[in-house]
Design a protein around this ligand. Sequence first.
Ligand code: NAD
Length: 481
Amino acid sequence: MNYIAGHWVSCTGDRTYERENPAAPARLIGQFPDSTPADAHRAAVSASDAFPEWSELPANARSEVIAAAAGLLRERQDKIAAVLTAEEGKPLTRARGEVGRAAEALSYFALSALRPSGETLPSTRPGVALSVRAEPIGPFLAITPFNFPVFVTALKLGPALASGNTVVWKPSPFTPLTSIAVIEAFADAGLPPGALNLVMGGSAELGQSLVDEPEIAGISFTGSTAVGLDVGRRAAARHARVQQEMGGKNVLAVAPDCDVRRAAEIACESSFGESGQKCTAASLVVVDKRCGDTFLAEVDAVMSRMNVGDGAEPGTDIGPLVDQRALGRANELIGRATREGAIIELEGCGNSSGTDQGGYFFAPVVARLPAGDNVLKRQETFAPIMALVLADDVLTESVTLVRDSHMGLSASILTDSLPVAHEFARRIPAGLVSINLPTTGVEYQAPFGGWNYSGGPFPEAGPRACEFYTRTKTVAVCDGA
Ligand code: NAD
């Protein structure tokens, strides 16, 4: 079902797709509509029709609806988390965490409807009051990926709706029931019909027809670099504004002066957390040669305590990959990396549970890369693969690896040296830099955006998140005619 103009409606075509539980593919989640360009158009018209009413609603009324949706996500946290784990595969504790963070983000963006916007400027003309207003633009399209279907969505719906825009949302086809749960929270919170519309499906034809819809004023996309660039080209062709949050090839550097045991824990979380299916995952871990052996021994110890299995089982650290294709891709990457000279140093976890039902499980791997080129230096991994690079100078090596990847999302260094930390933050060409922390980005109150082929010019989240969703109007008022 799609959600258009405040109603659950059937899709116009007869194409459907099935989604299965990635931990046990025989367990069917359900059959869902694969929407057509006609559905895309219907949703865009609905968002366009709803725009005047929603944009003219007083800011406090918009704020209250978004805050109420946040409250409902909190109330329904356990239920939504269970659905998310069943569809996407992530461990239940992480799914709960994601829903909770999405609620926090929406609460934050609810308040942004009431924060100061625009500015007052001194005029060079006597008797003239000069101000700049930030005005909503119209219907926005939100396209979201499978791996954080609630949190990433909150980062888009929050500022878009708070600024007075309406939205058409096309979530990933892998998480249909989670998407329905998010829509239900907004509908039950009192969002007027048409202010938020859901179009389900996963075909490129659907995505492209939504991007091409003339009613859509702007597109906020999160997903792979290849699709993000296509969205960008199509948006530019009709002069629609576009926000692109794309893939990553993230480096975590381990300096010789750090606590290596702690470094191993942080590296395992960065590389294996969420099964490596994170745009911010550390797929490249650059370790000072002098502590390479100790680091590997500590990583081995962490891996032996980890549990790969069904995310619904208590104690699971690493759930399945999202589908058969992702599993095939991970196996291919490892095959190619070893053919290109990589050596598998560590493989597997200490424990497993619920892995006997044909699920798409991929046990974590640590592969040491050779000097020179290797596929794991170039391609986003999106699987629990830690590619280890031993270096004489971790700082210079990290900068080179990020620069050569042409991406630049997230980077982290583990060091006890303040000068090294500052130098890393200054030199690394990436949008998010962490010191003594994993390569993750969960701070919705701070800007989140990648450089180069990881992102476009508009980062999302943070205090300026609404800028993408508004346009300025300069107003000069003279007191008398
Ligand atoms: P994906 O690019 O395959 O799909 C993302 C979304 O785009 C889905 O809703 C999909 O149905 C839709 N889509 C597919 N083809 C389209 C087209 N031609 N036009 C318009 N929309 C289209 O990505 P995914 O596999 O769902 O997610 C994983 C990717 O997302 C990784 O590359 C990851 O790094 C990235 N990601 C980035 C961030 C970030 O903030 N930078 C966050 C999460 C995920």
